[in-house]
Design a protein around this ligand. Structure first.
Ligand code: AMP
Ligand code: MG
Length: 342
């Protein structure tokens, strides 16, 4: 497939109209958003949606998020908007929050993986916002990566995974947040977090003025089907080690590491582990910097054919990052310090 490349900063109003028209008519386009890059297509057209699943190699029961530009679009695709949903939308839209609603009939089951609910987000990224407007339809847009790989946070990641597999790619530089949206179910009596993200539990609880628990649904009975699939795993083995530097140092000294081993840790910790090769990941007290770089670091491990990856973090790291790191480690986690949260 021929893939047309565009530079976001150079797009004219006419370009937006043309790309929007192609999207409306069933083409696929990778678009920058504030979270990670999205692989967008007309969210109300089952044929266009099938192209997303094919390009990613994604299992078709893993549902997609519909991205909207205004509240008129929301009313077209959902049936019931609770007071809690309104409060959350007022506080966090446009932004990195996805809400699960009961779906309207016009939303095809192809988008919801057969569910009667639909995931909706109003992105704040100006390019994504303009394209939804130009396409004049909600855009389904999962992360723009091959299924099972880390989400793409740079144009290079997108090109590596999807060049030749999609109709268009828009280069918007590095993703601002670098982690996928928080997913919150507002379709039932009790509001629940299905996936942690930059908008965290404390922010949601402060806004709704009540507890907002994480879902208790498990891998066996997933409320959010995406939860049952492996995610973000580099080809090498990953061990997530939670603790502080002295214990981690002692622990790593006792391991027999294979030839091609890498430590991924905050820049401030790098000197402690210089007996191994270190890839710095963000700054210890700045979780936003860790979010921005996590997927790029994980992808570099595959580029360098790293066999063993020690991913080091403090146990009080925020929930969204711990969630993605645990998935990258396929739940191989070593706790070296008892933490209040665990
Ligand atoms: P992605 O767009 O690849 O970041 O993944 C979208 C996430 O939203 C996945 O974890 C899905 O399981 C979840 N999701 C999408 N639609 C629904 C839905 N109707 N109900 C519950 N979870 C959903
Ligand atoms: Mg994804």
């Amino acid at each position: 497939m021929k893939t047309a490349l565009f530079q976001a900063s150079k797009l004219s109003t006419l370009d937006y109209q043309k790309i929007g028209q192609r999207l409306f008519n069933g083409a696929t386009c990778v678009v920058p958003t504030e979270t990670v890059y999205g692989l967008a297509a007309n969210g109300l057209d089952p044929t266009a949606i099938a192209k997303i699943y094919a390009a990613k190699g994604r299992p078709s029961d893993n549902p997609l998020i519909l991205h909207i530009a205004d509240s008129t679009m929301l009313k077209q695709i959902v049936t019931d908007i609770s007071e809690d949903a309104k409060t959350l939308m007022d506080a966090f839209w446009p932004g990195p929050l996805t809400l699960i609603f009961k779906k309207a009939t016009r939303v095809p089951y192809a988008v919801t993986g057969g569910l009667d609910s639909v995931a909706v987000r109003m992105p704040s990224h100006p390019v994504m916002h303009a394209l939804i407007h130009a396409a004049n339809t909600p855009l389904a847009a999962p992360s723009a990566n091959l299924s099972g790989r880390p989400s793409s946070t740079t144009f290079a990641h997108v090109k590596n995974d999807l060049f030749g597999r999609v109709d268009m790619i828009i280069d918007g530089g590095e993703s601002m947040i670098g982690l996928e949206s928080t997913v919150v179910d507002v379709s039932r009596e009790n509001v629940e977090i299905l996936r942690p993200g930059q908008i965290d539990q404390a922010m949601l609880e402060a806004t709704l003025k009540k507890p907002v628990p994480y879902t208790q649904s498990t891998v066996d009975i997933p409320r959010s089907p995406g939860l049952k699939y492996g995610h973000y795993q580099p080809q090498g083995s990953v061990e997530l080690i939670l603790g502080d530097t002295p214990e981690i140092f002692e622990y790593l000294m006792r391991q027999t590491a294979p030839e091609n081993t890498r430590v991924i840790c905050p820049i401030e910790w790098a000197e402690h582990f210089s007996f191994l090769k270190v890839s710095p990941l963000g700054s210890i007290d700045d979780s936003a910097s860790i979010m921005r770089d996590l997927y790029a670091r994980l992808r570099e491990m595959d580029d360098d054919d790293v066999e063993m990856i020690y991913l080091l973090a403090r146990p009080d790291l925020n929930a969204a990052l711990l969630d993605r790191m645990k998935k990258a480690a396929n739940h191989h986690v070593t706790h070296l310090v008892e933490s209040e949260d665990h």
